[in-house]
Write a protein that binds this ligand. Structure first.
Ligand code: CO
Length: 250
């Protein structure tokens, strides 16, 4: 069931989304060679708790941490550990924050020091693919319009679209209806209505689109070992378009 949020609910979701944005801004200067992903996780957990909010991933279906930290060929759901970032890595930080029962969710990929041109290309065009999807958000359009726009942009830039994972509705729960795939057909799927809130989150690969999961039941990696990037916003359908609840503050 796709829910329409009330004004009161939207205020809480705006706040949750702004905390997500602020946390990304807070952690960015720490993303440097030598720091471990576990240290990043601890810094973010403390930040969230200090803001009277909840790290919603921690304990969700047994996920053990506040952040998903996904380095290089890890696409999503990397578990923070003792890996030390090194120059030339890219790392996606994905977080869900709860505030008074409502969730905000955003991911972006960061460069560690100087990265090569392939990784720059991948990051730039994955973020642009996200905005191509967001441009389709308005009442009357359908989920398939978002999916098709993301796919078209990604594939025309020779990037792989991961099919196994998708965006989602969000509200009291981090994952609500509808599913928001990153590939699909225009003018299909549920119709967008004012008051719906969805997460759009292209996960694109520099090589082939195929992925596999590690034995930890979380970490998803590219099969060919090429890097992946992931950008995600929480987006409200407004009367005449959209509002991004998780704006970039950097
Ligand atoms: Co999400």
């Amino acid at each position: 069931m796709i829910t329409i949020k009330s004004e009161r609910e939207l205020e809480l979701m705006r706040h949750a989304g702004m905390l997500v944005s602020k946390m990304h801004k807070f952690i960015k200067p720490y993303i440097k060679a030598g720091i471990t992903t576990k240290e990043l996780d601890k810094l973010c957990e403390d930040f969230i708790l200090k803001n009277d909010a909840v790290p919603s991933c921690k304990g969700y279906e047994g996920f053990p941490a506040t952040l998903c930290t996904s380095v290089n060929d890890t696409v999503v759901h990397g578990i923070p550990d003792n890996y030390k970032l090194k120059d030339g890595d890219i790392i996606t930080i994905d977080v869900v924050i709860g505030y008074k029962g409502y969730q905000g969710d955003a991911a972006w990929t960061y460069a560690v020091g100087e990265i090569d041109d392939d990784k720059k290309y991948l990051m730039e065009h994955t973020e642009k693919a996200l905005y191509e999807g967001i441009k389709e958000v308005k009442p009357g359009n359908r989920i398939g319009d978002i999916s098709a726009a993301v796919q078209k942009y990604a594939e025309s830039h020779n990037l792989g679209v991961v099919h196994e994972l998708c965006g989602h509705g969000i509200g009291r729960d981090m994952h609500e209806d509808p599913e928001v795939p990153n590939f699909g057909i225009e003018n299909t799927g549920p119709r967008l209505k004012p008051g719906m809130v969805i997460c759009i989150e292209p996960m694109l690969t520099f090589g082939k689109r195929y992925v596999y999961q590690l034995d930890d039941d979380w970490t998803v990696k590219t099969e060919d070992g090429e890097p992946a990037a992931h950008y995600e916003h929480t987006v409200l359908v407004t009367d005449d378009g959209y509002e991004i609840f998780t704006p970039r503050l950097d």
